[in-house]
Write a protein that binds this ligand. Structure first.
Ligand SMILES: [Zn+2]
Length: 366
């Protein structure tokens, strides 16, 4: 599908102070929405097909059986073969353009026994993809009958109120942590800060949360000025690896606290702002020990498996792909990254079918 109806980009109210801006993110009861595939939104993509009107309706089921055997619909399996006296024959592109083959000639070539079965033919545009949501099924069936398997989870994900109020409170709190991380680092070079320092400058902060244990595993802030690929999400992934006996980047100057990978003074700052938020990571268990004790892999996750990622800004392509490789479970962001964003603004990387891992994406915190 070509177009999508994304919500308009929201700009923060500039009269706010940094405190009120972050408080608003944490305390707002506004919904948080999923960023979903364009396949779930208008417009419907159509494929041109030939449809034949059968002469004798009593032969309909026999005609369908023959067509299914000799002229299967392949990629259009979601479409029913017949509607009243009309039968879906094949996509228009199947006919030989070079010889200007007619549909009658094509039927005679492929299913000669049906050469006299049709009163007339016509070209119709039918939905080229199966309906995934109930509203799509309703719209598609106005055009042609479709097979449809409703998916309650998808319906909820694409609708309003996916998260209950308790979940919303948690997500907003962790997003607040991400903004406080940004404030903490920005304050080292500029005081006082105003909201635009957080929202309009091209900086990012990342918070990684283990949702099962409600633990902040690590937080990170951009270090792009010193290292071109040390974007906050990449640093956060490396920090998570450090909690699992891995990690590649040298961060000897950072004194980590708790079992999570968090700079000590930043940890104290965040604890003062969020006394109820817990920090830490699960005990690392090596694969050998897991195997020896017949423990499930979920007891010691691989990188960000199952983890939620909170970022103040939509990640770039590198970071989004890094989060795919790290097996993040969900990514939340507040601000669109209109020039480089890979999860909404420029593309929806998490909706690319050929990737071997897909996370869910949520936004609209502001
Ligand atoms: Zn990035």
């Amino acid at each position: 599908m070509s177009e999508t109806t994304e919500p308009p980009l929201k700009k923060p109210k500039m009269a706010e102070t940094v405190d009120s801006f972050i408080q608003n993110i944490i305390c707002s009861t506004n919904d948080i929405h999923a960023v979903v595939s364009n396949d779930f939104s208008y417009p419907i993509a159509f494929t041109k097909v030939y449809v034949g009107q059968v002469r004798n309706v009593k032969e309909l089921s026999k005609i369908i059986t023959i067509l299914n055997e000799k002229l299967p619909l392949k990629e259009l399996q979601h479409l029913k073969r017949a509607r009243k006296k009309e039968v879906l024959l094949c996509p228009v592109r199947y006919l030989n353009v070079a010889t200007q083959q007619s549909i009658q000639e094509y039927i005679e070539e492929k299913v000669n026994e049906l050469r006299d079965s049709f009163e007339y033919f016509k070209v119709m545009g039918l939905p080229s993809l199966p309906p995934k949501l109930k509203w799509q099924h309703t719209e598609y069936t106005k055009i042609w009958s479709c097979n449809f398997h409703p998916n309650d989870y998808l319906e909820r994900l694409c609708g309003k109120g996916f998260f209950n109020s308790e979940e919303l409170t948690k997500h907003r709190c962790y997003m607040g942590v991400a903004f406080e991380v940004a404030r903490y680092y920005l304050s080292k070079t500029k005081t006082p800060l105003d909201v635009s320092d957080l929202t309009l400058s091209n900086i990012n902060a990342t918070v990684v949360v283990d949702p099962l244990l409600n633990l902040v595993v690590t937080v990170a802030f951009d270090n792009r000025e010193c290292h071109p690929v040390q974007h906050s999400a990449m640093l956060a992934i490396d920090n998570v690896a450090k909690t699992q006996n891995g990690g590649a980047w040298n961060t000897d100057n950072i004194e980590y606290v708790t079992s999570g990978a968090i700079d000590k003074s930043l940890f104290l700052y965040l604890k003062s702002k969020f006394p109820d938020v817990k920090f830490g990571a699960r005990n690392y268990v090596s694969k050998e020990v897991l195997d020896e004790n017949k423990m499930s892999a979920s007891e010691s996750p691989y990188l960000c498996t199952g983890y939620y990622i909170y970022m103040i800004r939509e990640p770039c392509f590198m970071c989004a792909m890094g989060l795919v490789h790290a097996r993040a479970n969900r990514v939340f962001f507040s601000l669109n990254n209109e020039t480089q964003g890979a999860l909404c603004s420029k593309t929806k990387l998490h909706c690319v079918p050929s990737l071997n891992h897909h996370f869910e994406v949520f936004t609209e915190f502001l």
